[in-house]
Design a binder for this molecule. Structure first.
Ligand code: SAM
Length: 354
């Protein structure tokens, strides 16, 4: 790939695509004129054999707002309410885990609506607090950060707009103890095959004075999952990102010609891999999509899948054995496990093992 003054011109294609002029490009290079470097992974996903966009691509500012609207109002999704109820009971426990002066970090912070409970507990305990939200949706978290600073005296917010691990590495230069939150079951959106490596990378950037608090959705029956991950997500999960693709790459992709499909994949309860919900857009017809900015035609056959996840999983559903194994394999000890009344959501505190 060549970069000239921040503009990328060429990206690798691993599948086969047809340019507007009709040339078939196989396992070769495609021209990506005027595409910002941050969008190169999106072009790579579009032109790979398993057509896809990275999961983070769903979260532009509008996507983040749509997401928050579903999770805070849905009767069937429920994760937001469950985690909120756990944090209502245990934010003081979380605040007691690290000593002052602590930095509160949140990976995938979004609207930070539940995090307010932890911020309040930490302010009660320490009087003042630095909060670093880390999220790819930069403008969104900057707005959220300004609102939080207006709402809480003693709070300083320093948003980091970027990918999770860039944020974690950025913070590793700070010597203060860190309370790192990863709420909303967001860790479960990471590709299944990369989860342990990601946890190890996080562990490598932490010290034994730090803590990682993860919100993880516990396993539930197939029908509840299909309902929770059903049609209520269409606007956020399909229509908005297709609109974003059209805007970013001057495309003519028609959201009405794709449907959102959800399935549940069950794994042995005594294995290390959690059950997971998978999701994709299915092409309703044979069709050609043109992205003029990339000089690229993408052909879909009827029924072809287009993924909006990095791996097979949209979301994982855990049991306690699997959470323990995740901690063990990545250099953490499971220090605390808090759950809601129905015991179907877990907020866990991982302590780095020396
Ligand atoms: C599932 S939402 C959770 C939002 C919020 N924490 C909650 O509990 O409701 C995931 C959040 O992580 C962000 N995100 C997704 N993938 C990311 C990545 N690879 N790096 C940084 N942020 C990411 C999204 O922008 C979004 O705000």
């Amino acid at each position: 790939m060549r970069h000239d003054s921040g503009v990328s011109y060429v990206t690798k294609v691993t599948g086969s695509v047809t340019t507007k002029s009709g040339d078939v490009i196989k396992n070769n290079d495609v021209i990506t004129r005027d595409v910002p470097p941050s969008l190169i992974p999106v072009v790579a996903g579009l032109t790979s054999q398993r057509k896809r966009v990275p999961f983070w691509y769903l979260f532009d500012t509008r996507g983040s707002e749509l997401f928050e609207a579903v999770v805070t109002t849905s009767k069937t999704y429920g994760l937001w309410q469950k985690e909120y109820s756990i944090l209502q009971s245990h934010s003081d426990d979380i605040a007691s885990k690290t000593s002052s002066p602590v930095i509160l970090v949140e990976l995938g912070s979004g609207a930070s609506s539940k995090t307010r409970l932890v911020i309040e507990a930490m302010l009660r305990r320490h009087g003042s607090l630095e909060f670093v939200p880390v999220d790819v949706s930069k403008e969104h978290i900057e707005e959220v950060g300004q609102q939080l600073e207006r709402d809480y005296e003693g709070l300083t917010v320093k948003p980091f707009g970027g990918l999770y691990m860039d944020g974690v590495r950025h913070l590793s230069t700070r010597n203060e103890p860190k309370m790192m939150l990863f709420l909303g079951n967001s860790f479960s959106n990471t590709c299944l095959h990369e989860q342990v490596d990601m946890m190890r990378d996080i562990r490598a950037q932490l010290t034994t004075k730090d803590r990682l608090v993860l919100g993880l959705d516990m396993n539930k029956d197939r029908n509840s999952l299909l309902e929770a991950y059903g049609q209520q997500w269409v606007t956020f999960q399909k229509d908005n990102p297709i609109g974003r693709l059209n805007k970013d790459f001057d495309g003519d992709m028609d959201a009405a010609k794709f449907e959102l499909v959800t399935d549940v994949i069950e794994k042995p309860a005594d294995g290390d891999t959690p059950n997971y919900v998978m999701g994709y857009w299915r092409s309703l017809a044979a069709q050609r999509v043109n992205f003029r900015k990339l000089d690229l035609n993408l052909d879909f056959h009827s029924g072809e899948k287009f993924f909006f996840t990095d791996g097979p999983n949209w979301s994982c559903k855990w049991n306690l054995h699997q959470i323990r194994r995740l901690a063990e394999k990545s250099g953490f000890a499971l220090e605390d496990y808090w759950t809601n009344e129905a015991e179907d959501y877990g907020t866990v505190c991982f302590a780095p093992v020396p």
